[in-house]
Write a protein that binds this ligand. Structure first.
Ligand code: ZN
Length: 410
């Protein structure tokens, strides 16, 4: 059976940039290997969630795996928590959280407590907290982040964020987003939880130590993205019959893959797979090729083009795309593998945000139709035979190329 590698380059697509002669970073970057995949394959433009919808990475990834986010997505929290190795029950409400610094008036000075390198001491100190019969379970994530699970009876994920995503203001009061007793109760216990942890963290020895070192104390927890795991979520194997693996450094992407029952592949620290611009992308692509002996479908996530664009660093994005291209050479050398290369959304360097612009998609494999494209870019892929598709169409197209689709009608 033909094996498939799906490479999702986060935030790869862009808008024209004046300093780059009104070209995008993907157009400016020298990408002979991505271009070769486009020459050998079929291309088009993909609207990750829908036409004119600005996609979040979480919703876009679900769509690209064929799970309509309108049906399956309730918030980012559960995927972040799964991605850092927390176990979620179906009734749990999960949130993403970060430690932050409040001043004497309770206003936020820093949303990341001076980019503290770990939340382990905060989580250890707080332990498991119980309020009104509801348990609050925390686990450290990367640097200032942590996962927060709210477990108990009568809860709802339809609550607003405590994190206002800005400084110089008080943390937001958590509010019910619908008119149910469950949402009101959940908002109430989350507010009590926030108050309790802020009180407990005020004079801890580790915060005293941080202050004496001239560092900002981690004296509160901000949280957002409340959600629940959809309990009707079919696994990737159930949906497509494909045994799958995921190569991703970021907790969100690992969490989505885990929710779909994909096997998460870990690298030793010395492999240098970091999810940052310095990440060893070649190791990821080469590992994916190696895994085709064991798995039917391998998802590879490459993060940094998005982070660089969110910093407005278009030259860094150009350089990183050229690094992706070097790693893609290994796929050019394996024509027997079905390869799809795309992005989960456009991240516009000039705006430093995700936009709704469609993203380039190329599919290459034995027996796949080809078109007349000469390069892999936003401008070129629009001329491709795939035309414009929605993210949710990608998996059905791949499954049909693999000869695994069922006939509609007789
Ligand atoms: Zn993304």
């Amino acid at each position: 059976m033909t094996k498939t590698i799906l490479v999702i380059c986060d935030g790869l697509a862009d808008r024209p940039i004046r300093e780059l002669g009104n070209k995008t970073p993907l157009e400016v970057a020298k990408t002979p290997n991505l271009d070769q995949i486009a020459i050998d394959g079929i291309s088009g433009m993909m609207h990750p969630v829908d036409v004119g919808v600005r996609p979040g990475s979480d919703a876009a990834h679900l769509a690209l795996f064929g799970y309509d986010p309108k049906e399956y997505y309730s918030g980012r929290g559960p995927f972040e928590c799964l991605g850092i190795g927390m176990d979620l029950k179906s009734d749990d409400v999960a949130l993403r959280a970060n430690v932050a610094t409040l001043d004497e008036q309770g206003e936020i000075i820093d949303r990341r407590a001076g980019r503290i390198d770990s939340t382990q001491s905060v989580v250890d100190y707080l332990g498991e907290i119980e309020i009104d019969g509801v348990k609050f379970i925390m686990k450290p994530g990367l640097s200032h982040r942590l996962g927060l699970i709210v477990r108990g009876n009568g809860l709802s994920h339809l609550v607003s964020n405590r994190d206002p995503k800005k400084v110089g203001v008080l943390p937001s009061e958590v509010k019910a987003l619908d008119d149910t007793a469950q949402a009101r109760f959940t908002a109430q216990v989350l507010n009590k939880f926030a108050q309790a942890v802020t009180g407990k963290l005020k004079d801890t020895s580790f915060n005293q130590e941080r202050i004496s070192q001239g560092l900002l104390p981690a004296n509160t927890i901000l949280f957002r993205g409340a959600g629940r795991l959809p309990n009707n979520l079919p696994s990737f194997k159930e949906k497509y019959g494909l045994h799958s693996a995921a190569i991703a450094a970021g907790p969100l992407y690992r969490g989505i893959a885990k929710a779909l029952g994909m096997n998460i592949i870990f690298f030793p620290p010395q492999a240098g797979v970091t999810g940052k611009p310095d990440s060893n992308i070649k190791a990821k692509i080469d590992k994916a090729i190696e895994l085709t002996s064991e798995y039917d479908f391998i998802f590879v996530h490459i993060k940094a083009a998005d982070s660089l664009a969110e910093d407005g660093n278009f030259l860094g994005k150009v350089e990183f795309i050229e690094k992706i291209d070097q790693a893609i050479k290994s796929l050019v050398d394996h024509p027997e593998i079905l390869v799809a290369i795309t992005a989960d959304h456009t991240t516009a360097c000039e705006l430093k945000i995700h936009t709704a612009d469609p993203v380039p998609l190329t599919i290459r494999g034995l027996g796949v139709r080809t078109d007349d494209l000469q390069a892999y870019s936003e401008r070129e892929c629009v001329k491709g035979q795939l035309g414009h598709i929605r993210g949710i169409h990608l998996m059905p197209i791949l499954v049909d190329i693999l000869g695994l689709s069922t006939m509609y009608g007789a």
